[in-house]
Design a protein around this ligand. Structure first.
Ligand code: GAR
Length: 188
């Protein structure tokens, strides 16, 4: 059975979708660790409720990104993590983690990359008047929402309510992320 780590900073609906898929047997994997850089984020309670171990840290407690990433790498090594899934982890991954887990880190983003990178992708797309939205899953590199694309799904929306786009998009995210992880694990 493969070991996953899920990194999140906020609500954690993607984390829950992945963890449930593991627990139901849809994925032949186990979420061995949830990593969160925001003490107090709702995802921490979700992990506890599902019996999944967490590492919660505050970046300001470390001098540099390399310092906290070294701690994370040690934990990932201990848990023998096969794939790291960023799910709303609102931080650019640094060299320490990238080098240690090269080719093993993926991210989900709520736009059709390379359009609308960043933390406000949906709001930016609505402001731009976009008519076709989408979700992207990609390999992670040292660029914000950069890296080769693995999977994308588009959906039409002609309105102007970002909350509605988030609602539609998140349903797609949960399904697409589980499906993509399944395919990647089969290739390993
Ligand atoms: C997701 O919509 C994900 O695509 C987005 O954060 C949300 C987290 O939701 N990620 C980014 O914007 C990355 N740049 P969740 O905490 O409910 O899974």
């Amino acid at each position: 059975m493969k070991h996953l780590a899920v990194f999140a900073s906020g609500t954690g609906t993607n984390f829950v979708a992945i963890a449930k898929a593991c627990q139901s047997g849809q994925l032949d994997a186990r979420v061995a660790l949830m990593v969160c850089d925001c003490p107090g984020a709702p995802v921490i309670d979700r992990a506890a409720e599902m019996g999944i171990e967490s590492f919660v840290f505050s970046p300001k407690d470390y001098l540099t990104k390399a310092d906290f990433e070294a701690v994370i790498v040690k934990l990932l090594d201990e848990k023998k993590i096969d794939l790291v899934c960023l799910a709303g982890y609102m931080r650019i991954v640094g060299g320490t983690l990238l080098r240690a887990y090269e080719g093993k880190i993926i991210n989900i983003h709520p736009s059709l990359l390379p359009a609308f990178k960043g933390a406000h992708a949906v709001e930016d797309a609505v402001a731009y008047g976009v008519k076709v939205y989408g979700i992207t899953i990609h390999w992670v590199n040292d660029q914000l929402d950069g890296g080769k694309i693995i999977a994308q799904r588009a959906f039409p929306y002609e309105g102007s309510d970002p909350a509605e786009v988030h609602r539609i998009g998140q349903k797609i995210e949960h399904e697409l992320y589980v499906q993509t992880i399944k395919e990647l694990l089969c290739e390993r």
